[in-house]
Design a protein around this ligand. Structure first.
Ligand SMILES: [Zn+2]
Length: 184
């Protein structure tokens, strides 16, 4: 699935959630947060996520590894330049060592040093041995990446309208959307 398609899909689904909350939301008292809320069951994440899978971000063992990087999240850099890379890495390490000895960190470094460090790191990223995989963007799985994109746009759309997403008490796969009602 293309990223632009997932974005559209996320927004379309979020718009549906907003609509459903307006029409069928149930207003109730939420004891835990001492708040009046309006909530509605939106669906099962297995039907909502592009991958159709439920997993925890730190244990995505059931997602298919990226076909391009085989789950590594990086691929060999076609612009890899060993000499430049080694020289600049050495320079970066030396500078950091010097700064540490001086008790200085990046954010309190003189502006001139910061600019130089930024430039060194920028060039290192261009010539380093491996670069972020352009298929899964470092996630290691294309479908996990697609779920991430989906979640980001879905949540963003709802957050802009002060709508939160939560799981039902009984089932972590049940997605509930809701909003807090201002109490007088
Ligand atoms: Zn990849």
């Amino acid at each position: 699935m293309k990223t632009s398609y997932i974005r559209k899909y996320a927004r379309r689904l979020a718009a549906q959630a907003v609509d459903l909350l307006e029409k069928e939301g149930i207003t109730q008292y939420d004891e835990t947060n001492d708040q009046i809320v309006r909530e509605v069951y939106f669906g099962n994440v297995l039907d909502i996520y592009p991958s159709g899978k439920y997993y925890l971000p730190f244990a995505c063992s059931n997602v298919v590894p990226c076909p391009k990087c085989h789950g590594e999240g990086t691929i060999p850099n076609p612009k890899y330049d060993e000499m430049t890379y080694e020289a600049l890495s050495h320079l970066e390490r030396n500078r950091l060592r010097r700064m540490t000895r001086d008790g200085k960190h990046y954010n309190i470094m003189p502006k001139q040093w910061q600019r130089e460090m930024d430039l060194i790191r920028q060039v290192i990223r261009m010539v380093e041995p491996k670069i972020e995989c352009p298929c899964c963007y470092g996630v290691g799985s294309r479908e996990a990446y697609e779920d991430q994109v989906f979640t980001r746009y879905f949540e963003e759309y709802l957050a802009e309208r002060d709508i939160y997403i939560t799981a039902s008490d009984g089932n972590g796969c049940d997605m509930i959307v809701g909003t807090m009602i201002e109490s007088e």
